[in-house]
Design a protein. Sequence first.
Length: 253
Amino acid sequence: MKIALIQAPLLWENPKQNWNYFEEKINSINETIDLIVLPEMFTSGFTMNPKAVAEVMQGETVLWLQALAKAKNSAITGSLVIEENGSFYNRLVFVFPSGEIKTYDKKHLFTLAGEDKAYTSGTQKLLIDYKGFKICPLICYDLRFPVFARNTEEYDVLIYVANWPKPRINAWDALLKARAIENMCYTIGVNRIGEDPNKHDYPGHSQAIDELGNYLIEPQETEGVFITTLNKNTLVATRKKFGFLNDRDAFTI
C-alpha cells in the first residue's frame, strides 16, 4: 500500500483556502497512491473556537473529500471540526475511493489548551479494513496514551494526525517510535508546520516507521508530500519470526 503524507502550513480558520491548498498538493502527485494523510484539523488549524469553522457531515468539506477521493481513486484521511447534536467534535474522517466514510472522534482531548471545554470526547476506537491492511487512526494527544492504542485487534497500521508544537517535538518522535515497536505495526505520523495566531510553532516531523522501529520516512521539517510503501508480507513475516505480540497482556478498556 502506497501512502502519501502531506505536511502543510495550515491557514487559520479558513477552510476554503485550506481546501485549495490540499487539492493543489494532491493533484500534483503523479504516481498512484492508495492513501493520502492530512494533518489534524486540516481545514482550520487547532482552534478552540469551533463555532467559527464547524461543519456537518453533509457539509462542504466532506463532499469535497468524497469528490477528490473518487477523482484520485485514493482514500483520504485527516480530522476537522464537526458539529453534531449540539456538540463539537475533533473528528477524523476516512474517505474511501468509493466515497464511503468511516469516522473517529478524538478520545483524549488536550486539556492543557482547553480542548475538553470546547469539544466532546469520543469513546470508540476505529479499525478500518483497506487494501488488505487493518488500520487504526488516532489523533494527536492520543499518542501519549499507549493503553488505548494497544494492538489487541491485530491491526497493521497506526496513523496519528496532529498539530504537535515545537517545544514537545522530542516526545512526538519518541512516542511514535515506541508505538511502532510495542505494537509491531507500521506507524505514520502527520504533523503540520508553521505558526498559528496563538504563536505556537509547529515543526512538522511527519514520518513513517516500520514494525521494528526503522524509519521509512525520517522526520521531515519542510512543507511537502512524502511517499512510502507499506508491505503486508514483510510485516506478517516479522511478526511470525519474533512473536512479541503473542506475549502481550490481555485487558479491556
